[in-house]
Design a binder for this molecule. Sequence first.
Ligand code: TXA
Ligand code: MG
Length: 319
Amino acid sequence: MSLVKTANTETIALASNFLQKGDLVIFPTETVYGIGADATNGDAVEKIYAAKKRPNFNPLISHFAHVSDIDAHAEINKAARLIMSEFMPGPITLILARKENSLISDIVTAGLTTIAVRVPDHKVARELISLAGAPIAAPSANISGRLSVTAPAHLEKDLINCAAITLMDGRTKTGLESTILDCSTGTPVILRAGAVTADMISDLLGMRVEVSLTPKENDIKSPGQLLRHYAPQSTLRLNALIPEKGEAFLGFGPMTFITHDGPLLNLSENGDVVEAAANLFDYLNQLDKENCPTIAIMPIPNKDIGIAINERLSRAAHV
Ligand code: TXA
Ligand code: MG
């Protein structure tokens, strides 16, 4: 039986028992909801790939309760150490060289010599990981290639049924998945844009970090950078200025001149990209349920977290 419960001391403890037994748990983080398993238990981790219908060459992020827990599993160089002390816990994942004696299953890392590590800035997530007593492998709690989920109401039934328990804790704060920064080579490279931006990292390191958001051919470094991703059922029309008949419309900024008799939501009336990021998956999930052939979306400024929003949108629109 799959339980769906509000997160509290009791249900978090129950969920940690399920993790220890090798079951899956859906839990909130500050970015998106995740579906997790004990990262040291290969059989448990395999259930994640099956539940999400995720190709097994696409590795998972290992989540830790404390920054200091990462040392046992990854080689932490100077740049990584600096980033960890500044941005962790928080919405960033580092790719580091994996330590050979790490107990994390090869299934988590899909056989790579690197490992993705993250410390979520979320009380429920960290309490859960801490009580489970092991790193937790967790991708976003959506069927592979579909929209990520930032509110419990948008979790797919099929996925809930694969988990022993779902811990509900309202809407997530950041709303976009963590920034992924590859620190395993000399020059740090951003593989996925997020709330921790290239400018923030560059300022901290005193050097320009590279940004490489699209996969190079046969590049096993970034197996998750599939072009079509985050895809709703409806087709997306980006940079739309006014809605057309029959469309669902997702606005950004003041919309005083826009009238529309179809479904309409506004990511941020004040034109605030941080607010827009927090609303993005929630509103896309809502509009997708309207079953319109197209969701039209107004332009989002390509600055700060707007860069990450536009990255998600261009992949979601990719056919
Ligand atoms: O905010 C987040 O990061 C959420 C929450 C639940 O923590 N998790 C998440 O996981 O977005 P997922 O699996 O949906 O995305 C993780 C990405 C994938 O694109 C995967 O390919 C990449 O991280 N990744 C994992 N390990 C990697 C590695 N060793 N090298 C390069 N990319 C890696
Ligand atoms: Mg994902």
